[in-house]
Design a binder for this molecule. Sequence first.
Ligand code: UDX
Length: 441
Amino acid sequence: MTLAVIGLGFVGLPFALVAAKSGQKVIGVEADKKKYDTIRNGKVPFYEPKLENFLKETKDKTFEVTNDINYAVSNSDIIFLCVNTPENEDSSVNLTYLKTAAAQIGKSIKKGNNEFPVIVVKSTVPPQTTESLVKNTLEEFSLKKVGEEFGLAMVPEFMREGSAVNDIQNPHLVVIGTNDDKTDDRLTSLFESIYQNSKPPTLHTSIVNSELIKYVNNAFLATKISFINTIANICNNIPGANVETIAEAIGRDPRIGKLFLNAGPGYGGSCFPKDLSDFVNYSKSIGYNPLLLESTQQVNQTQPKKIIEIITKKSGELHGKQIAVLGISFKKDTDDIRQSPSIKIIHQLLELGANVKTHDPKALPNLKKIFSDKLVYCTDIAKCLKDTDLCVILTDWDEYQSLSADDFIKNMNEPRVFDTRRIINPEKMLTVDYFALGYGN
Ligand code: UDX
């Protein structure tokens, strides 16, 4: 079987390369000229561990990249739609790329000879999009009938940035959402072949359930984070309280589970904020106001302000202070700064008149595009800490874990550290004015 993967972004490229590495023949399509040229030259346009090696190993063997969607579709049996579904200014979801790609696929399958091509939506889309917008566009442009002349499915992707390759190679579950048996059989055998080694469980369901599973999964995880952030904010006002101990204890209850209970400056990235907002809007549009999900969003939106409030309470007036911010990306192991709480916090620090120095192992080039000369950018942690009055740790990069009290004492005017991720062991910081989110006083 040959696969086409339309859209080689954070989801499409890792998926395409994992499939290619497993031995499938994959044709990846990227319309953006700069990204296409980068991939063609054997480079990954964003930072994602392991991905560049996968590209080197598969390129021009099982993986081919093109900017010609018609060529890719005409030569494929299964076509994965992995295009971006970004947010419009009014926070509605922008389905233009999806519609354009579906129209192009429709035109190609109209004249193509491939017997029963299967089109799979992998982009995250509001419920009912696949069976309305995607199906209608495909039928309109191909003049063919879904379920008879081509197959349609929705297969959500649960991978996380920073561990995309591992997550795609070892999924906790494969969800195949389709309304016809032929498509289900095709996809079942494809995934059996990709996942020969990991053999994940597979759930076969309808298209609309598949779309919902993705939104609900993200909504639950985001709610878990806003829940523990709420508890951390409460703990901050209780002498002796420790959110880590509480999370560890409740996480041992199998009904709760220990993952996604790390309090911090709030969730960011391209998925949780956008998907929650789309899901809330969708729910309202069909007549239900999802109060719980709105609260999840509100807690997240106010968390950066909470961080500023805690800093101000401890350090006083921030005007004229020299502040070192460690960690810009929305989480470790990525250079992605979309919706990163660090960006919101830096904006607020600047508004309050602080001077900000920043460090991040990967994200500084992206940060410069937003703040240009308003910040000092340091590739070295010690240089970032040098002559500052306060250090705020915002991202959970491994390199911050190994910082010692001496690193702060040696370099800072006043060794004062606010650790929003509790990444440093407080026992090591007894000689420093160390405080952390979720540690009462
Ligand atoms: C998420 C989902 O996990 C993934 O299944 C989906 O496919 C895409 O969206 P991603 O955005 O890459 O993945 O990262 P994730 O690891 O989920 O973290 C999202 C945000 O939540 C980050 O800002 C992270 O720092 C934050 N987070 C996560 C916490 O603050 N605490 C936690 O315990 C976990």
